[in-house]
Design a protein around this ligand. Structure first.
Ligand SMILES: NC(=O)c1ccc[n+]([C@@H]2O[C@H](COP(=O)([O-])OP(=O)(O)OC[C@H]3O[C@@H](n4cnc5c(N)ncnc54)[C@H](OP(=O)(O)O)[C@@H]3O)[C@@H](O)[C@H]2O)c1
Length: 134
């Protein structure tokens, strides 16, 4: 897989989001990161562009990934003050990867439709396992 010039914003760089962002960088994507706790976004490391809020991360991007604790957090980050949907271009892709349940997924899919954004529900299963270098 190569980045092909696509810009990806990763919102939530906790246990799961940070290594995902690093893998995207390694694959050649132009990666932006945002975390409510800025020090966590900084830990993604060299190459990732840190945004000061979700809207800034999403502005003009091709893809946004939400990797947050629960559905309420995702909704806040996407629609709250400086929420990502305010700046995400229509036609962009929103990949929701937190484990948030079917009801939240349906609700968020509806928000995406209103903003003419393609919603991909891709909740992670399994457990994080640290590996060398990654
Ligand atoms: N870890 C695993 O092995 C694993 C396995 C399968 C599925 N999952 C699922 O993957 C998702 C993420 O898990 P994780 O392990 O990466 O969790 P995590 O390390 O606790 O990270 C959660 C992220 O959500 C952010 N967040 C929480 N509430 C927020 C809010 N109200 N507004 C803005 N940001 C908020 C946190 O911000 P702060 O940094 O400021 O706290 C952090 O960036 C969860 O749905 C979890 O169930 C995890």
């Amino acid at each position: 897989m190569t980045g092909s010039g696509l810009t990806v914003a990763v919102l939530g760089t906790g246990t799961m989001g940070a290594p995902m962002a690093r893998n995207l960088l390694r694959a050649g994507f132009d990666v932006r990161v945002w975390d409510r706790t800025p020090a966590k976004a900084a830990r993604v490391g060299v190459g990732a562009r840190r945004a000061s809020n979700p809207a800034q991360a999403a502005e003009g991007t091709d893809v946004v990934i939400t990797m947050l604790t629960d559905g309420g957090a995702v909704e806040d980050v996407m629609t709250g003050p400086d929420g990502a949907l305010s700046m995400l271009p229509s036609g962009a892709v929103w990949i929701q990867m937190g484990t948030i349940g079917v009801e939240w997924s349906d609700r968020l899919a509806g928000l995406a439709a209103v903003h003419e954004v393609t919603f991909v529900d891709a909740p992670v299963s399994g457990q994080f396992q640290a590996r060398r270098g990654g």
